[in-house]
Ligand binder design. Structure first.
Ligand code: ADP
Ligand code: MG
Ligand code: ZN
Length: 620
């Protein structure tokens, strides 16, 4: 099956260059034969005589040749000498009497006028050629774009043949539940009779919901691959064009094509681009073009006859903004939620992406999986690739554990910027700041385990203290929130304690601490008694997948003030707590910072060894 795209139009610019080239050739030819240049040399120093003298000499037969060009007269005498003269512009050879048939003198009149004429009109001709050529070129362009406009309504779906989709469920690591659900879909596509004969309806739409990079697209392809059916894929945004109605006609075209190729899968990626709630609710609502496109999708899905074996799969990471009509039975009534991979799944994903790489035999995928809590499949793929790049750069025979560790760091924290030069003072402040985070975080019982401290600049940060959750966590306690705030304030507390002044370096910490405190008060009912177990602020759509929807205020001024007070008090309390911890361990802070300034990075073990004065495994 040929791809649905139209053949790319031929590039016509060669026409223009050909014209230009031709013009250049003609011009240079003319300048080569320019009479100005021929035989003039011998006359440059020729003595000038009056025209009457020339006539006299002619009559006397003293010349062998007279050459006339414009009003210039060049004469060669019998003896071979040369003379030159000027005649009146109007005088012709006969008027001068040089046309005596009995005279043997050769009289040549160079018809330069004619050549001149040609020369003078040449630019005009060239100009004309260029204009005409340009116009032709332009019209062809217009014609071309018009033919494109005609195909506007055609869908731009990429079609993969049944044999082309190589992805299988095997290539998708983890996601066991999702795969289980989809095995059914595969079966529908393969043996529709089995279901229709018993009166079961074949599902029309499957919606894959999950954070970016969790493998939704991959999974959809795997379904097509497993079922061995053609796969039409298009991104929601590709429906939407400048012109109203184009999207709808593309949808029509896509579904028509799909029906002709049934059984098959239509995959609409990022369907939220067209499937947002209609009718102005929330943000970006009331977009005519999108509404029409969405309506068309719904109409097409409703229009499937019972035995049309086309399954529409769609992916989104914003199910909260989807139009409810899309989720109605008979449309995308199957929803498959794809979570960020857990420890087990992360290990498997790493292994899947190690398959096409040369690996050192001794790598521990589990260890890497443990370090990558919260990362999605795409991030893990990226880590494996970065690790391979490190290995290649370091001329390793295979990817080693060290390469993978460094890749995790690079992906999680951003690339190192060793070239960024900090002043000595800045470096010191950074070291104390990070050590403040480390000590406070270490001392807070609910804090994630310390992993590494570094004062090498990375991405936008001057330094970093890296805490790693030991396991996947799905809920958070109030104590943990408070410890997190305390740890975040540890950096600033250390700066204030040691230098008595504070820098802007802590602004991100403060922002995050405030956000946590505000969330406690408004979202989780963890505020004080006056706030109670009430959530404040009405969200447009639900909080989903870490994307904050817009909130509107649905509480009084007084409560707003109360929330602000709670946030302020919480921050102040935790700041005092952090400061207290650092004061108590001031000597260790000094010692650790001195070492950190020298070594630039410090591992958890090194930290604990110095801080606790003994070798001990990190708290688990
Ligand atoms: P999404 O569509 O959810 O944003 P993709 O399907 O495009 O994510 O995934 C991006 C890449 O991440 C895939 O090409 C794949 O290589 C990798 N990936 C994600 N999840 C998995 C997984 N479970 N197993 C293997 N690879 C995965
Ligand atoms: Mg995708
Ligand atoms: Zn900080």
């Amino acid at each position: 099956m040929a791809p649905a795209r139209t053949r790319p139009p031929k590039n016509r610019s060669w026409l223009l260059s050909l014209l230009l080239f031709g013009a250049l050739v003609i011009m240079s030819l003319f300048s080569l034969t320019n009479p100005e240049r021929i035989g003039d040399k011998e006359f440059t120093n020729a003595p000038e005589v009056s025209i009457s003298e020339i006539t006299r000499g002619y009559n006397a037969g003293a010349f062998s040749k007279i050459r006339v060009r414009d009003n210039k007269v060049f004469v060669t005498t019998i003896t071979g000498a040369v003379l030159q003269s000027y005649k009146e512009g109007m005088d012709t050879v006969s008027q001068l009497g040089w046309n005596d048939p009995n005279n043997t003198t050769i009289v040549e009149v160079e018809n330069r006028e004619a050549q001149n004429m040609l020369l003078s009109v040449l630019p005009d001709i060239l100009f004309l050629i260029l204009v005409i050529g340009g116009l032709i070129w332009l019209f062809r362009g217009i014609a071309r774009s018009q033919s494109n406009a005609m195909s506007f309504g055609k869908s731009r779906a990429r079609i993969a043949d049944a044999t082309q989709v190589k992805t299988r469920f095997n290539n998708v690591a983890g996601m066991e539940e999702a795969k289980e659900d989809l095995v059914e879909v595969v079966d529908f596509l393969k043996n529709p009779k089995k279901y229709t004969s018993i009166g079961a309806k074949i599902p029309k739409g499957v919606l894959l919901v999950g954070a970016p990079g969790t493998g939704k697209t991959l999974l959809a392809r795997a379904v097509a691959g497993e079922a061995g059916v053609p796969f039409f894929s298009i991104a929601g945004s590709e429906f939407v064009e400048m012109f109203v109605g184009v999207g709808a006609s593309r949808v029509r075209d896509l579904f028509a094509k799909a029906k002709r190729n049934a059984p098959c899968i239509i995959f609409i990626d990022e369907i939220d681009a067209v499937g947002r709630q209609r009718g102005g609710a929330g943000f970006g609502g009331g977009h005519d073009e999108r509404e029409q496109t969405l309506n068309q999708i719904l109409t097409e899905m409703d229009g499937f006859e019972q035995d049309t074996n086309v399954i529409v799969m769609a992916a989104t990471n914003r199910p909260d903004v989807l139009d409810r009509a899309l989720l109605r039975p008979g449309r995308f009534d199957r929803r498959i939620f794809i979570d960020k991979p857990d420890l087990e799944a992360r290990e498997k994903i790493l292994e899947v992406h190690a398959q096409n790489k040369k690996m050192d035999t001794k790598v521990d995928y589990r260890a890497i999986a443990k370090k990558t809590v919260g990362l999605a499949g795409a991030d893990l793929e990226n880590i494996m690739n970065e690790a391979a790049i490190f290995a290649a750069k370091r001329k390793h025979k295979g990817v080693t554990q060290q390469d993978m560790d460094d890749a995790v760091e690079k992906v999680a924290l951003g690339p190192e910027k060793r070239s960024r030069k900090l002043s000595e003072k800045e470096k010191q402040i950074t070291a104390y700041h990070e050590m403040g985070h480390a000590i406070v975080g270490y001392l807070c019982p609910e804090s994630d385990a310390l992993h590494k401290i570094s004062i090498v600049s990375r991405g936008g940060a001057l330094g970093v203290t890296w805490f790693l959750p030991q396991e996947d966590q799905y809920t958070t306690s109030k104590a943990k929130f408070l410890d997190e705030i305390c740890g975040l304030l540890g950096g600033r507390a250390a700066e204030a304690m040691v230098f008595g002044e504070i820098t802007t370096g802590a602004s991100n910490d403060l922002e995050r601490a405030s956000a946590i405190a505000r969330g406690m008060a408004m979202r989780y009912g963890m505020g004080d008694d006056d706030l109670g177990m009430v959530t404040y602020g009405e969200k447009q759509g639900t909080m989903f997948l870490g994307v904050d929807p817009m909130t509107t205020r649905n509480y009084s001024e007084e409560l707003a003030r109360h929330i602000d007070e709670f946030v302020k008090e919480t921050i102040e309390k935790q700041y005092a707590r952090a400061l207290g911890m650092l004061k108590k361990h001031k000597a260790k802070l000094e010692k650790l910072t001195t070492i950190l300034l020298k070594t630039e990075t410090m591992s958890e073990e090194e930290f604990i060894e110095i801080f606790a004065g003994k070798k001990r495994k990190a708290k688990s």
